[in-house]
Structures are given as C-alpha cells and as structure tokens.
Ligand binder design. Sequence first.
Ligand SMILES: *[C@@H]1O[C@H](CO)[C@@H](O)[C@H](O)[C@H]1NC(C)=O
Ligand SMILES: *[C@@H]1O[C@H](CO)[C@@H](O)[C@H](O)[C@H]1NC(C)=O
Ligand SMILES: *[C@@H]1O[C@H](CO)[C@@H](O)[C@H](O)[C@H]1NC(C)=O
Ligand SMILES: *[C@@H]1O[C@H](CO)[C@@H](O)[C@H](O)[C@H]1NC(C)=O
Ligand SMILES: *[C@@H]1O[C@H](CO)[C@@H](O)[C@H](O)[C@H]1NC(C)=O
Ligand SMILES: *[C@@H]1O[C@H](CO)[C@@H](O)[C@H](O)[C@H]1NC(C)=O
Length: 201
Amino acid sequence: MALPLALAVLSLLPLLNAQNPACANLTVAPMTNATLDRISGKWFYIASAHRDPEYNQSSRIIQAAFFHFTPNHTEDQILLREYITVRDKCVYNSSYLWVQRENGTISKYVWGREHFGHLLFFKDPKIFFLASNLDNKKKQGLFFYTDNPVATKEQLEEFHEALACLGMHKSEAVYTDWKKDQCEPQDSQDEKEKKTDEEES
Ligand SMILES: *[C@@H]1O[C@H](CO)[C@@H](O)[C@H](O)[C@H]1NC(C)=O
Ligand SMILES: *[C@@H]1O[C@H](CO)[C@@H](O)[C@H](O)[C@H]1NC(C)=O
Ligand SMILES: *[C@@H]1O[C@H](CO)[C@@H](O)[C@H](O)[C@H]1NC(C)=O
Ligand SMILES: *[C@@H]1O[C@H](CO)[C@@H](O)[C@H](O)[C@H]1NC(C)=O
Ligand SMILES: *[C@@H]1O[C@H](CO)[C@@H](O)[C@H](O)[C@H]1NC(C)=O
Ligand SMILES: *[C@@H]1O[C@H](CO)[C@@H](O)[C@H](O)[C@H]1NC(C)=O
C-alpha cells in the first residue's frame, strides 16, 4: 500500500524546476509525527499565488490572516482556529483538517468539497508552504506562511524562489497586509480565556 503512494508522491518531482539545485529541497514528503510537531502552533498567512480562478479570487479579499494548528497525532487531524480579516472585519472560524500522511497532504472540507494542499518545507524552518493542484500547471498554486506577522526580506525571497521552482512568477503573488489585521485583539482575548479554562479544569 505504501509503495504506490510513495511513487505517486515521487512523480510530482519532475514538475519542479531542475535548473535550480535548491528546488530539489522543495519536495513533497510523507508526513510523520515530527512533521505534525513542526507545523503545530500559531502561523501567519503572508502571501499566495494561484492559477485556479476560484482560489485566485478568494485570496484577493483576505487582508490579513493567522491561525493556530493543533495536530492530533493519533487521529491524523489538525484542529484549525483561524482569524481572517476581510473587509476590515475579523472573521473567526474553527474546523478540522485531515492529514494524509503517505501523501504529504492536508485537506479541508469547504461546502462539502475536499480541498487538498501538499505540505512543503524549503530552507527556513520558520516557513512552510501549502501547494495546491501540483499536478496541473493551469490550476496550481502556493500558499506561504511564517511564524511572524511580517515576513523578512529573506523569507520573501524564499517564497519567490519556491514559486520559480513550481514554474510560477512572483508577479502572480498577492500579499496580506498586517497593518490591516483586525483579529489580534480577539485572539489575545481567546488565548486568555483558554488559559483560565485550563487552570480551572
Ligand atoms: C538542501 O537542504 C539541505 C538540508 O536542509 C541543506 O544542507 C542544503 O544546503 C540545501 N540545498 C540547497 C541548494 O539549498
Ligand atoms: C487573478 O485575479 C486577478 C485580479 O482579478 C487577475 O488580474 C488575474 O488575471 C487572475 N489570474 C488568474 C490566473 O486567473
Ligand atoms: C486525539 O483525538 C482522540 C479521539 O478524538 C482523543 O481521545 C485525544 O484526546 C486527542 N488527543 C489530543 C492530544 O487532543
Ligand atoms: C505518533 O504519535 C502517536 C501519539 O503519540 C503514536 O501513537 C504513534 O505511534 C506515533 N507514530 C509514529 C510513527 O511514531
Ligand atoms: C492522496 O491524495 C489524493 C488526492 O490528491 C486522494 O485522492 C487520496 O485519497 C489520498 N490518499 C490517501 C491515502 O489519503
Ligand atoms: C467556517 O468553516 C466551515 C467549514 O469550513 C464553513 O462551512 C463555514 O461557512 C465557515 N464559517 C464562516 C463564518 O466562515
């Protein structure tokens, strides 16, 4: 069972730009408990680039966003608590993501449809990417996350390099603007209440 899946993953490799040796590091790999630990915690959505028209449009309305990942190692689920600023308002939502370890993918049901993202790491451990539709040049996309609200110049360069590895151009990217965030106060309040609950129970 594991072998055909591993091969399916390996077959994605030729899609990456072979000219740049660094691209060899940007590969989809099966996920382990260590991978889940690595993506656990608070992350900020910095930018993305999408050729899928639906993703392209929806990514353009997000002004700022961050989220908490709480993986459950035994259930292969991740509790997602997301705080998205849209039209100058904070929208909070929580849901579960599904982990397909062999595939190196995370998926989410939205309106009854399952959306897949391949988890990618590159160089900086404080960055991760989710790639969508990796097998389809016309629909592919890349989400870029860091553990800080504002990405450094080096991190942005890493994102641009990752795009190039996928055969995309940095002009295709859209960025969030942390100055527009409306959610941080609510998150602080939620975290405080969570702590109080934990202390009381
Ligand atoms: C690829 O990753 C390895 C291990 O993280 C690192 O030592 C190496 O420098 C990377 N290669 C490039 C070209 O970035
Ligand atoms: C993404 O949306 C922008 C703005 O609506 C548009 O200019 C661009 O062509 C779109 N890109 C794709 C690949 O659909
Ligand atoms: C993982 O999920 C199982 C089943 O829902 C639950 O019993 C367990 O407490 C969860 N573990 C964590 C660390 O939340
Ligand atoms: C991953 O972690 C879970 C929960 O701690 C454990 O039951 C499982 O055996 C671990 N899997 C591996 C491959 O180590
Ligand atoms: C692997 O991902 C594909 C979609 O990309 C999905 O159809 C398949 O069910 C996944 N396999 C597992 C074992 O989750
Ligand atoms: C929250 O997420 C669920 C599942 O993805 C979705 O059905 C629902 O519409 C979302 N709610 C808001 C307010 O975005």
